[in-house]
Design a protein around this ligand. Structure first.
Ligand SMILES: Cc1cc2nc3c(=O)[nH]c(=O)nc-3n(C[C@H](O)[C@H](O)[C@H](O)COP(=O)(O)OP(=O)(O)OC[C@H]3O[C@@H](n4cnc5c(N)ncnc54)[C@H](O)[C@@H]3O)c2cc1C
Length: 251
């Protein structure tokens, strides 16, 4: 198993929604091959350099959905995101999480309101079709400013009320004032098989925009560590699913 923190691949991606950082990488693509070769009792290579035969093996495993070797490797992320994104991340039951506790720790210690609360850079127009979650069209800058002004005002008020009862009421109840755009942080651990399932859902067009940004950042970091699997994922899974273009978002 390899801890990739020491190599020169990107470790962190900061976006306007939050940040995603590699905390630990468990294994390499060679470990996927080694796990698969257990099926036939062949010698393990213990070598991180992939041969063409290894790449062909990964392709075969991927296409035939022989998924368990992909569970032998994975990534642990440190993620900073708003609470409403956290709510969607934790729906993925095969991941393990440890989340910042609003029972143990005080919220609102950052220097500016936009570090404690998510204030969006873009806001979309209400779609005419009421069955659609969102549109692809941004509102104009005037409406964005008005929206953000109200959001900033509400966030400041929430924090003021939260702090007002500081010496009287515990954090676990003062947090009732905190809105869903409050920033939080967590550790998320996922194996590659389930990360792929997650990316299929959360890189798709119909995923909440902000969650998609966080998922796209996670994907970029995973891709840099598991490029052969990522290429297969893009070619075999994303083509034809609800996904449009990963690079659509500037990270
Ligand atoms: C666009 C979008 C909109 C959504 N809207 C809503 C919504 O309105 N309300 C809402 O509640 N949720 C909503 N969700 C969440 C969604 O219903 C899933 O709970 C979430 O995406 C996790 O998917 P999953 O179960 O495949 O993933 P995971 O929980 O990570 O599971 C991964 C895989 O493990 C297997 N698995 C895990 N648990 C079980 C189990 N108990 N039984 C059998 N197999 C299991 C399945 O194969 C599953 O695909 C939405 C998701 C998306 C992407």
């Amino acid at each position: 198993m390899t801890n990739s923190k020491t190599n020169n691949k990107p470790n962190i991606i900061c976006t306007w929604v939050g940040s995603v950082e590699i905390f630990r990488v468990d294994g390499t693509e060679a470990d996927i091959c080694d796990a698969a070769r257990r099926s036939t009792g062949k010698d393990l290579k213990n070598d991180s350099e992939l041969t063409d035969r290894d790449k062909a093996l990964i392709k075969k495993l991927f296409l035939e959905e022989h998924t368990s070797p992909f569970e032998m490797v994975g990534v642990v992320f440190h993620i900073k995101c708003p609470l409403f994104v956290l709510g969607q991340l934790v729906r993925h039951r095969t991941f393990s999480f440890n989340v910042f506790s609003q029972r143990y720790s005080e919220v609102g210690n950052q220097e500016s309101i936009s570090e404690d609360f998510y204030i969006p850079d873009v806001v979309f127009k209400q779609p005419e079709d009421r069955f659609k979650y969102t549109s692809n069209e941004y509102v104009d800058s005037k409406l964005l400013e008005e929206f953000n002004e109200d959001l900033r005002e509400l966030s400041k008020l929430a924090l003021l009320k939260y702090k007002k009862f500081r010496d009287l009421i515990p954090k676990e109840q003062r947090r009732f004032f905190l809105p869903t755009n409050t920033m939080t942080s967590l550790i998320l651990k996922g194996d590659l098989h389930n990360l792929i399932k997650f990316f299929k859902l959360r890189l798709a067009d119909d995923c909440q925009f902000e969650t998609r940004i966080i998922a796209t950042s996670m994907y970029s970091l995973v891709k840099s560590r598991f490029p052969v699997v990522a290429e297969l994922f893009e070619r075999e899974v994303l083509t034809g699913c609800r996904y449009s273009e990963i690079q659509k978002f500037k990270l």
